[in-house]
Design a protein around this ligand. Structure first.
Ligand SMILES: NC(=O)c1ccc[n+]([C@@H]2O[C@H](COP(=O)([O-])OP(=O)(O)OC[C@H]3O[C@@H](n4cnc5c(N)ncnc54)[C@H](O)[C@@H]3O)[C@@H](O)[C@H]2O)c1
Length: 339
């Protein structure tokens, strides 16, 4: 069933943790356009996706608090008057979670309790939408993957994100903090980190194409993925935040079509008119946590909220390449290092 959530957000006090990051800042843009009262909380940790340029053009229409969600007293204060929290702050790199598991544990697992305890003690009427991930499934038993498949992560990040998600469900079921989780697949689009290659491959591929460098595909590139344009991901968060039928539930939020790494890279090179595809052996550390082919069945979320991805991969890649061509120095080089 479809419903119009736009009126719901007008004047409503919302908080986005991780709001200076890729998905958070695109969501903030949508909320500002809907005249919501928007507060972003982000620690701007080096090497993560937070970037002040991400709110270029809307900075005077929202509030930013540079703070760490690991800080209980800070979060107690910041959640107080908010009606909806989009809880997106996270350590996103799978490979970093294997090199430094404790930081991943602190941010993706323990600090989720910090946010939820702040809500329980200072704002129990709030609604929380958590940014979950398809990584919790690990290697799927069959494709496409729906929510009935086992949670069986292949890496530390997947374990901690699963724990963070389950805390939200428990706080919903036991303490009545209305919460749900969106298990996102591969999100792409403007404002994604591209200064290093440890946060998902698509942003990195886009950078390589723009710089006319070889795009390295591991193995034969036949593994499948589905991609969600960031505006469609933001739309999913907005629907979940406004719809109490989502409470206590997990939902896959994936793209309309599955595509192989090989075909994705070929499409990207064609779209950008630069770059080239190159095949290399799998690096051992990446092979060890690879999940093989994955694409999601998002029927449950579509049925519940009426959501449907609206942007095709071709159009999304074209717009993303154009965005980075226009703003490359904000995402790579000295300005990006300062961000
Ligand atoms: N991008 C994807 O494809 C994808 C897929 C699945 C799930 N997710 C989830 O979506 C969320 C957002 O991801 P993104 O791609 O926008 O990444 P991102 O790195 O661009 O955004 C995450 C933001 O969280 C902030 N942050 C990290 N630790 C923090 C802390 N302790 N306190 C305050 N802020 C902190 C970072 O500074 C960054 O701005 C993450 O939780 C991630 O796990 C993303």
């Amino acid at each position: 069933m479809t419903f119009d959530y736009r009126a719901f957000y007008r004047g409503r006090k919302v908080l986005i943790t991780g709001g200076l990051g890729f998905i958070g800042s695109n969501l903030a843009r949508r909320l500002v356009a809907l005249d919501a009262d928007v507060l972003l909380v982000d620690s701007l940790i080096d090497d993560y996706g937070g970037n002040l340029f991400n709110i270029d053009g809307i900075a005077d229409r929202l509030h930013v608090n540079v703070a760490d969600i690991r800080q209980q007293t800070t979060m107690n204060y910041l959640v107080r008057d908010r009606a909806v929290i989009f809880n997106l702050a996270g350590q996103v790199s799978h490979i970093d979670s294997m090199r430094d598991p404790y930081t991943d544990l602190e941010i993706n697992c323990r600090s989720q309790l910090t946010v939820l305890e702040a809500c329980r003690n200072h704002n129990p009427g709030v609604k929380v939408v958590f940014a979950g991930t398809r990584q919790v499934y690990g290697r799927p038993d069959s494709l496409p993957v729906d929510e009935s498949q086992l949670v069986r992560p292949t890496d530390v990040n997947g374990i901690n994100k699963a724990a963070g998600e389950y805390y939200h469900l428990v706080y919903n079921n036991v303490f009545g903090i209305r919460a749900c989780s969106l298990r996102l697949t591969n999100v792409y689009g403007p404002r994604q980190l591209i200064k290093h290659n440890r946060q998902g491959f698509i942003g990195w591929f886009i950078r390589l194409a723009i710089e006319n460098r070889p795009i390295q595909i591991y193995g034969d590139g036949s593994q499948l993925r589905d991609f969600v344009y960031v505006d469609d991901a933001a739309d999913a968060f907005l629907r979940a935040g406004a719809d109490d039928r989502c409470n206590g539930e997990v939902f896959n939020v994936g793209g309309n079509e599955a595509i192989s790494h090989r075909d994705l890279a070929t499409l990207l090179v064609k779209t950008a008119g630069s770059g080239r595809v190159e095949y290399v052996e799998w690096p051992a550390d990446k092979k060890a946590i690879d999940i093989g082919s994955f694409y999601a069945d998002s029927t449950k979320f579509k049925r519940t909220t009426g959501w449907a991805p609206g942007v095709s991969l071709g159009d999304g890649l074209r717009d993303t390449v154009a965005f980075y061509r226009a703003h490359f120095s904000q995402y790579v080089g000295p300005a990006a290092e300062r961000a």
